[in-house]
Ligand binder design. Structure first.
Ligand code: NAG
Ligand code: NAG
Ligand code: NAG
Ligand code: NAG
Ligand code: NAG
Ligand code: NAG
Ligand code: NAG
Length: 506
């Protein structure tokens, strides 16, 4: 059979009169994105980028223009929607490629099933450390945005460079998307050789700056991930207690190029602005490296146009190109390159293993710059370090860049070593051995483990629920339509169409 298929491909190639190098293939792409615009990766924001990529591939007139993408968008609610939608396709309508979902728990279920079905999945999410294990259940997952553990490399590189040894991880755990939890889990995972402790904020345990600052007192570095307002509150409190004078180095992680996680901006127009400006002189921000190339400008402008036309009101900074928008654009590009190469070598589009392996260990030109996927199918990340360079004016600048592809730091002219030098040497790690003896210093370790367990249990529950659901569902259908539940799927198609009538567009 594979031979016949190959023959068929060669036939089509031979029949294509003008472009001898062009392959022709119809491809079903299933995309999972939330309709809810409160997500940075909502359908409204990301779909234009995928269509932009599709249009460019088609228009190139080159080797990829023979691929016809049939792109279908489905809702993702960051819970079960995507998984159920995919599971409903078990009767012969399996897609050739899945893009998304982004949310960790939802992605886990979808990627497991897709890997089992030999379908490649590319996501600009699924950033948690657990997805790095591609040996089995996540075998077909390619991560087109740098996972959290890649961001953590920036910290290990700095810790090495400045010989820091201890850090307190301060983060907010919303117990839903858990972005900050998973972000600093990456740091915790990568920095097991250092003295790392953690301080978690939850709904049940609101911010108590006194308690927090006591935990900081014997740490050299503080790494924070939480909303911009809480960061300001902490910095103000630290400033009041003179902890911002170099006894401690403060960092915040600005996720996804989104200002909601604190972009280093201290200004609020309130009475604390002056103190905040001085406090933020001690705060350093780690964020995605921003690259600009001519094509990106055009892309950026095109992404803005739909919003200017419609004028969405429920969408904050919708017009900004964030990591997800860029990622899903590049995802279609990467798949196309890998598919083309696989087909040229005689494989079919249905060989997900082969296509997936051709997406890994590869560097290509993405919309914003070079994209490098490591040998494990995860994108290498480039990050910037920003600090306040003018305390009078309170202005920020990028002072160093970290390149994940070669693990090197590039120090820019504005970089000032003094700024990162610890002062007041009385905590030069004398009682280090004492501390490592204390049994309960593994705060995040325990909670990271529970995270994994919760994930596994959740997955199992969903699977069991699904089989029950499926069984009952099948029985009722059999009664009604005399066992044709696996026919061409017309009935189901109709039902699905009516459910998503106001969503699916392509
Ligand atoms: C969108 O999501 C936010 C937060 O996740 C939620 O508060 C809001 O109710 C959702 N909106 C809709 C229309 O579901
Ligand atoms: C940073 O975030 C604040 C709100 O938190 C916003 O007012 C400001 O414009 C943002 N600055 C940049 C440079 O994105
Ligand atoms: C990040 O956001 C800013 C606007 O806030 C935008 O100018 C820039 O291009 C974005 N960078 C990336 C890499 O998405
Ligand atoms: C972007 O580039 C394409 C061709 O490369 C052009 O047709 C389009 O008008 C450009 N868009 C903008 C907003 O400049
Ligand atoms: C898919 O490709 C692999 C090599 O990567 C090969 O071993 C396998 O037989 C192929 N499967 C099919 C169904 O062609
Ligand atoms: C990745 O690709 C390079 C060549 O580009 C090759 O030398 C190396 O062995 C590959 N690594 C893996 C793990 O496949
Ligand atoms: C590392 O990679 C970056 C970006 O590709 C490049 O600019 C830099 O020169 C490289 N550094 C080394 C030491 O190879």
């Amino acid at each position: 059979m594979p031979h016949l298929r190959t023959l068929c491909v060669y036939f089509l190639v031979a029949l294509s009169p003008v472009m001898t190098n062009t392959m022709t293939e119809d491809l079903d792409v299933l995309v999972f994105l939330p309709q809810n615009n409160s997500y940075l990766f909502s359908y409204e924001r990301v779909a234009p980028a995928i269509r932009y990529a599709q249009k460019r591939l088609k228009a190139d007139g080159g080797q990829y223009s023979g691929f016809n993408f049939n792109i279908q968008f489905e809702n993702s609610d960051c819970l079960y929607d995507a998984f159920f939608t995919l599971a409903d396709r078990s009767c012969g309508q399996k897609p050739d490629l899945i893009l998304g979902p982004v949310c960790e728990y939802e992605a886990a279920a979808v990627v497991r099933l897709a890997s089992h079905w030999n379908i490649p999945v590319i996501s600009a999410g699924a950033l948690a450390t657990g997805f790095a294990n591609k040996n089995k259940e996540y075998s077909h997952l390619t991560r087109i945005a740098p996972p959290y553990v890649k961001m953590a490399e920036t910290f290990t590189a700095m810790f090495e460079h400045f010989s820091w040894r201890s850090a307190l991880l301060v983060f907010e755990d919303d117990r839903e998307q858990r972005n900050c939890y998973f972000t600093l889990e990456g740091v915790y995972h990568l920095m097991s050789n250092y003295n790392i402790e953690s301080y978690v904020l939850t709904d049940d345990k609101p911010l108590d700056t006194d308690e927090l600052l006591r935990s900081i007192s014997d740490m050299e570095v503080v790494i924070m991930c939480m909303g911009a307002e809480k960061i300001r509150e902490i910095m103000l409190a630290a400033h009041k207690r003179q902890m911002t004078t170099g006894k401690c180095i403060f960092f915040n992680v600005e996720l996804f190029n989104a200002s909601s996680y604190g972009n280093g901006s201290w200004k609020r127009g309130d009475e604390y602005d002056n103190d905040a400006r001085q406090a933020y002189a001690a705060l350093n921000t780690v964020t995605l490296l921003r690259t600009v190339k001519p094509e990106f400008e055009n892309f950026s402008i095109e992404m803005k146009m739909p919003f200017e036309k419609v004028g969405l009101h429920d969408c904050n900074d919708c017009e900004n190109v964030n990591m997800f928008v860029e990622g899903f654009h590049d995802a279609l590009l990467l798949y196309t390159i890998a598919l083309h190469e696989a087909m040229k070598n005689g494989y079919s589009k249905k060989n997900g293993t082969e296509i997936t392996s051709r997406m890994w260990n590869r560097t290509f030109e993405g919309i914003a710059g070079q994209v490098s996927i490591d040998a494990n199918g995860d994108r290498n990340g480039d990050f910037s370090l920003m600090t306040m360079i003018n305390v009078e004016a309170g202005t920020y600048e990028v002072v160093a860049n970290y390149f994940g592809v070669n693990g090197t730091f590039q120090l820019l002219p504005a970089f000032n070593t003094e700024h990162f030098t610890l002062k007041g040497g009385d905590k030069d790690h004398p009682e280090k051995t004492d501390k490592s003896d204390t049994p309960c210093k593994c705060g995040l370790g325990v909670s990271a483990l529970t995270g994994v367990i919760v994930g596994a249990v959740l997955g199992a529950v969903i699977l069991v629920a699904f089989y029950f659901f499926r069984k009952n569902y099948r029985i009722t259908i059999e009664r009604r339509t005399h066992g044709e539940e696996c026919d061409s799927g017309k009935h189901r198609q109709l039902r699905e169409d009516s459910i998503r009538s106001n969503f699916s567009a392509a």
